[in-house]
Design a protein. Structure first.
Length: 320
């Protein structure tokens, strides 16, 4: 990351375990640190903060490049992780230390945060008022090491917690776009509908993108969410477009697929819940060993020269 373009953003969204994964590994994000801020004691411990005697909240501090991932996109991503109408905590986590807040570091961040909050209020998405506060940033204290990158270190427990706390279902029910089958039948071609909505598989070597070598990104045919980059595409010799990794792992869901007497890992898009294909562990070792074998019919290709025009300008960094 260019040091001249480095910036910092700080968000409190309840339990900081759940606020790292959405931002981590996004393009332009250098690091996401869990910690405590907003209070009046120095170097607080996790136990002290959770006792609600320090004034601190659990938060994450994000170091990012605004030329690649602008602050507005950070705000959009932040809102989609929380219940912004809850003034007393988040989901099953109650108390002052779990309250939500946006801590601004510059006047521009303050202005953008207030504008974003007002737009959410005006949208009518929630019947209750938006309770998230916008506050000046203060000293940020890094949390204990075992709390850093918890979703990676304790993946199984993290997923149980995210589901059990109520956060996962809230996000799904309130932030995920909803698509009606009858509308999708009108929008999609028969093969696109069969693949994305009925877990179909198109014919190998007879699909649009299996041998496409043009630079650009592949987005979900239903929602438009970015999925894969041509930079990670390779010829796996299977007749379907194959990739070593996604643009953002948060945009993909993995499910065990036992259909047809096989045990495979199905890949679905997060927002649209489209069936995309499967992932296997026989990919190039030097690139991580994974092979994301996708259906062309589940995706739309956006050439790199049209990224800005189609709203994906922040992904041009992949091709610099």
């Amino acid at each position: 990351m260019d040091q001249l373009n480095k910036a910092v953003a700080t968000f409190a969204g309840g339990c900081f375990w759940c606020m790292v994964e959405p931002f981590d590994e996004q393009p332009g994000i250098e690091k996401v640190v869990s910690g405590y801020t907003g209070g009046y004691t120095e170097n607080p411990t996790y136990e002290e903060v959770c006792s609600d005697t320090t004034g601190h909240v659990e938060a994450v501090q994000i170091t990012y490049d605004p030329t690649i991932f602008p602050y507005q996109r950070l705000l959009e991503l932040f809102w989609r992780q929380i219940d912004p109408t809850d003034p007393g905590g988040q989901f099953n986590d109650r108390g002052d230390s779990y309250k939500t807040a946006i801590f601004y570091h510059t006047d521009e961040q303050k202005e953008l945060a207030e504008q974003s909050k007002q737009e959410l209020e005006d949208s009518g998405k929630f019947k209750k008022p938006i309770a998230t506060k916008i506050l000046p940033a203060s000293t940020f204290y890094r949390a204990e090491e075992h709390h850093q990158d918890y979703y990676k270190k304790q993946g199984f427990h993290y997923r149980l917690y995210k589901k059990g706390s109520g956060r996962e279902d809230f996000i799904k029910n309130n932030w995920k776009p909803k698509y009606e089958k009858k509308d999708l039948k009108k929008k999609l071609t028969p093969i696109q509908y069969q693949v994305t909505q009925e877990k179909g598989t198109e014919a190998p070597y007879q699909n649009e993108y299996y041998d496409l070598e043009q630079e650009g990104i592949y987005v979900d045919i239903v929602s438009g969410e970015p999925l894969f980059s041509s930079k990670d595409k390779y010829d796996a010799g299977c007749g379907w477009p194959s990739f070593t990794r996604p643009i953002d792992r948060n945009q993909l869901q993995e499910n065990l697929d036992t259909a047809n007497g096989m045990r495979r890992i199905e890949i679905r898009s997060t927002d649209a819940d489209s069936h995309l294909g499967h992932v296997f562990d026989d990919g190039p070792v030097e690139a991580g060993g994974m092979r994301y074998c996708m259906n062309s019919a589940a995706m739309r290709f956006v050439p790199k020269e049209k990224l800005e025009e189609e709203g994906y300008g922040y992904l041009t960094a992949f091709f610099k």
